[in-house]
Design a protein around this ligand. Sequence first.
Ligand SMILES: NC(=O)c1ccc[n+]([C@@H]2O[C@H](COP(=O)([O-])OP(=O)(O)OC[C@H]3O[C@@H](n4cnc5c(N)ncnc54)[C@H](OP(=O)(O)O)[C@@H]3O)[C@@H](O)[C@H]2O)c1
Length: 218
Amino acid sequence: MKIGLIGAGWIGQHTQKETTMNIGFIGAGMIGKAVSTQLAKAGHDVLISNSRDPETLTETFEPLGISVGTPAEAAARDVVFVAVAWRDIPAALAGVDLSGKILVDTNNPIIMPGFTRADTGGKTSSEVIEDLAPGAKVVKAFNHMLSTSYDEGPTVDGAPKVLFHSSDHDDAHAVAAQLIEDVGYVAINLGGLVTGGVLHESPGALAGRVFVEPAAAK
Ligand SMILES: NC(=O)c1ccc[n+]([C@@H]2O[C@H](COP(=O)([O-])OP(=O)(O)OC[C@H]3O[C@@H](n4cnc5c(N)ncnc54)[C@H](OP(=O)(O)O)[C@@H]3O)[C@@H](O)[C@H]2O)c1
């Protein structure tokens, strides 16, 4: 897939499949590990962080070709993933400047243990993330499937799995679609952050399910 662009900033340099994106992860748990592993395997330059000393991540991530660092270092990358348990997200985003960044929101408004929906004051989860990351271009993606579904690989009987993306920013949509395709899935644009996001955030109708695209089977 090639995307036409006016301008030659980093988006212009990085939205073709053969190019490398510079990606930071805040959160290195189940979903952070599953998704960062696949992005690194696809050739992207990935740095991951958690709430502790980066050394706590070295043994797990460096053999996977993933650098370790602090949340501030992750936030300095071109594309930033936030993959943190819902109740910890305000603290995780408190000290980092994400203005102007494409921010991939992999999160669901779920409180564990118990799997209850968090009180988000009538907002979708991505609207809450937008409030916590002023100026960021939020795209909800890589959130609807369980981490184990990533670990099991991008296909079922040869048919690629489907991942959704929702955003109010065209360039954020383009980056999310590119990353989804780079790791071997089919990308489906669900439109705006609110109208689309509510469908694939948990407990939306699409959340927790695995969809495949038989027509794209190889
Ligand atoms: N697990 C799934 O199958 C799944 C699927 C789809 C979406 N999601 C969503 O993805 C998000 C992450 O879920 P998860 O299951 O991966 O959670 P998890 O396994 O509990 O991992 C959470 C990560 O966030 C980090 N973290 C916590 N506070 C932080 C802070 N202040 N600064 C930086 N990092 C911080 C933790 O680091 P420490 O270990 O240092 O505390 C840990 O690496 C959630 O919103 C969840 O709803 C999960």
